[in-house]
Design a protein around this ligand. Structure first.
Ligand code: SF4
Ligand code: SF4
Length: 299
């Protein structure tokens, strides 16, 4: 079976315990306004275009079948709305101004990369994490990778948004060694404002998933003005305190590194001026949220 991914990151330390390889699935059912992986939003091979790297060779114009790559007054121009995502332009752009965002891979392709670091996973208590995007939009492919990891004695975790119908994914989710999920906003209207969907399905799925008896880690992204008010965070912790299989809550600092990606994808970034919290502020949040029945860690 083929799957569509954006990238595979080796030696990841932020996607679960120990040293991990993170597989970023392409395609997402939410549109979190602060997402630092906007290249995973759609399943299509959207071109990332960095004009500062373009040398004007016009090789892309010669191969583009849709007229999206064009020459205007002897200079290169990219008319993105004409692009049909064939990927031909990125293949001939040797300075790297144009880059693919999608790779079609088989499970064997993924495992070839994963197995290179098996010794590190075993030494550090790490493994593989399926992230995204939303891995459960390609649940069969996720299940194939999970089974292949287990055949090789490697633990496999998932980072999932839980904003989908659970029944078709239940067997796949039960196969993971660890399930990490986000709670972003306890107010459904605010959740819809910032992610495009209400939170009812997510909260109901978190409760149902607790019945799978799999270890779970919850994560809350601290986003200035969107998720970081104490009323929301306290309500989040109180909800999580009802889950029996939750190991702990991680509070995640705002990540500004998506800014260049938004620019290269010509997407609006409402958090372009936002900055991460200081270490002291993160510790203050951790302290303020502790003592409510859930261990709180800074992620
Ligand atoms: S192939 Fe790359 S460097 Fe050459 S004109 Fe196109 S975008 Fe610019
Ligand atoms: S991906 Fe294909 S259609 Fe889109 S700009 Fe590149 S060559 Fe043209």
């Amino acid at each position: 079976m083929d799957g569509v991914i954006t990238s595979i990151q080796r030696f990841s330390l932020n996607d679960g315990p120990g040293i991990r390889t993170t597989v970023f699935f392409k395609g997402c059912n939410l549109r979190c306004a602060w997402c630092h992986n906007p290249e995973t939003f759609s399943l299509a091979d959207d071109m990332m275009y960095d004009a500062s790297k373009c040398i004007g060779c016009l090789h892309c114009v010669a191969v583009c079948p849709s007229g999206a790559q064009r020459e205007i007054d002897g200079k290169h121009a990219f008319q993105r709305d004409l692009c049909t995502h064939c990927g031909a332009c990125a293949d001939v752009c040797f300075p790297g101004a144009l880059e693919h965002t999608a790779k079609v891979m088989t499970c064997d392709d993924v495992m070839r990369e994963v197995l290179q670091d098996k010794a590190y996973y075993l030494d550090s208590g790490g493994g593989v994490t399926l992230s995204g995007g939303e891995a459960m939009l390609q649940a069969d492919f996720a299940a194939e990778i999970t089974a292949a990891c287990h055949e090789h004695g490697i633990e496999c975790a998932v980072e999932t948004n839980l904003a989908y119908e659970l029944d078709p994914c239940e067997a796949v989710l039960r196969g993971f060694d660890l399930i990490m999920f986000d709670i972003k906003q306890m107010d459904s209207a605010q959740h819809k404002r910032w992610t495009g969907a209400g939170n009812e399905t997510i909260l109901a799925n978190a409760k149902r998933m607790d019945g799978f008896a799999r270890p779970m880690i919850a994560r809350v992204p601290l986003i200035p003005g969107a998720t970081d008010d104490m009323a929301n965070l306290a309500a989040t912790v109180d909800f999580l305190a009802t889950l029996k299989n939750l190991r702990y809550l991680e509070i995640l600092n705002f990540n500004p590194l998506g800014e260049a990606k938004y620019r290269c994808l010509a997407l609006d970034n409402p958090f372009v001026t936002a900055r991460p919290y200081s270490d002291q502020q993160m510790s203050d949040y951790q302290r303020a949220l502790s003592g409510r029945g859930v261990e709180v860690r800074v992620g």
